[in-house]
Design a protein around this ligand. Sequence first.
Ligand code: CTP
Ligand SMILES: C[C@](O)(CO)[C@H](O)COP(=O)(O)O
Length: 239
Amino acid sequence: MITDYWVVVPAAGAGKRMGADRPKQYLPLLGRPLLSLTLHNILSWPGLAGIVVALSGEDKFFPYLKEAKHPLVHTVTGGEERADSVLAALQFLLEREDEDTPVLVHDAARPCVALDDIAALLDISTSTIALLARPASDTVKHSLSVHGVPCVEQTLDRTQIWLAQTPQRAPLGLLHSCLSRALEQGEMVTDEASALEAYGHSPQLVEGQGDNIKVTRPSDILVAETILRLRYAPTEDNR
Ligand SMILES: Nc1ccn([C@@H]2O[C@H](COP(=O)(O)OP(=O)(O)OP(=O)(O)O)[C@@H](O)[C@H]2O)c(=O)n1
Ligand SMILES: C[C@](O)(CO)[C@H](O)COP(=O)(O)O
């Protein structure tokens, strides 16, 4: 299992699809801000060296989180898109750490990732670049718009379709160079793996669990709260 890795947490989004009165990372789940839950979870990962959180330049909420003053938690100002926020955090690390330092990028919006999945991602030795992902379990449709209405164009072969989650793991220097080149060249970069793929790398897919949801829309709040309640509920063992 790797140790002395850093975690980058992009948390500079606006949460438009959530449509709340504040960015979704500050909405309460079980009475605690989402970002606080995510940081609390990350701080329990074994072998962690530190966390860099990318925040919006207009963020007014972060200083009030319990984890804001934790000695392992650092912040940078993020950017326009998720990839810009991740790049800002990688730049911060590159000025302080060795290029070979392993980095895990994990969305602020995924508070429920299980420790078993983290262990699996930290454990792999076959590749230094990897991500948690789920094989598609539904039938996958490719759509086209007919007079503004989404319709099926065709059904895709799902046997090789995986849905990407986070964390996504790569060495600091490699990820920084692929991400900055991809952004300069206008590549579509919605996750770290896509930046690495653009330059010939083939990240390993590590099967994660379905409970690692990305809190995106209002209905996700209840699902995430249910997962967290079950995860942290007192049992015979931890009572
Ligand atoms: N400029 C941005 C945009 C997104 N993120 C972060 O990237 C993660 C995944 O993005 P997403 O779930 O799409 O969040 P938002 O961009 O906030 O959501 P929306 O697209 O609905 O506005 C989130 O933790 C979000 O805060 C970021 O750090 N910087
Ligand atoms: C990185 C990611 O979590 C993988 O599923 C996801 O792509 C980030 O969210 P976005 O909606 O694409 O910004």
